[in-house]
Design a protein around this ligand. Sequence first.
Ligand code: PRP
Length: 209
Amino acid sequence: MVNVALPKGRLGEKVYNFFKAAGFECTSIEEPSRKLIFENPEKGVRYFWVKPSDVAIYVERGAADIGVAGKDILLEYSPDVYELLDLNLGKCRMAVAAKADFRDSASKTLRVATKFPNIAEKFYSSKSRDIDIIKLNGSIEIAPILGLSDVIVDIVETGTTLKENDLEVVETIVPISARLIANKSGYKFKNEEILAITEGLAKQLEMSK
Ligand code: PRP
């Protein structure tokens, strides 16, 4: 049995449909319920819904053999896992945003509000820019409006959240999409099964192009 950690929520449903199309369906997961673990022994898969930001933890520690995590989480936490496939789902970008009238002044430490302190740290250190990170857990867009920060580093998908809060993208840091990841020892011991899933997903990807 291959244990698969799926990101709970909108992205997770798309991801599961992808696994299904690749031949790894599990009908019980499609029924409305609050259960979190589902298995299809015939297909050799056991799925669990976990918080998207926790997928990499389950996979890194081997509680799941494979999983689907956003590149944002992989860049932020650098989990010790294999990245097997770009699923081209959940596409968005990590960007710096600010109020339209924001003007950066290199002489001042830049106050950066973000859920992704490591990504922000790395981005600004590559520019040799001094910053003060303000770590928040959500609703990041409010920070520059209330004067808590000068800019934010956050995920931009449609751009609606920024627009509706009078913020603009200043710079894109990196494009983001969902990735299939594997536990390193699981990949060795369940290699055949994991490869079958990876190839099935890769084939679906090709067909959807
Ligand atoms: C993300 C991100 C932005 C929003 C961007 O938040 O932090 O707030 O989505 O999407 P948009 O460009 O399509 O408007 P998410 O929905 O993940 O909620 P969170 O802030 O609670 O993590």
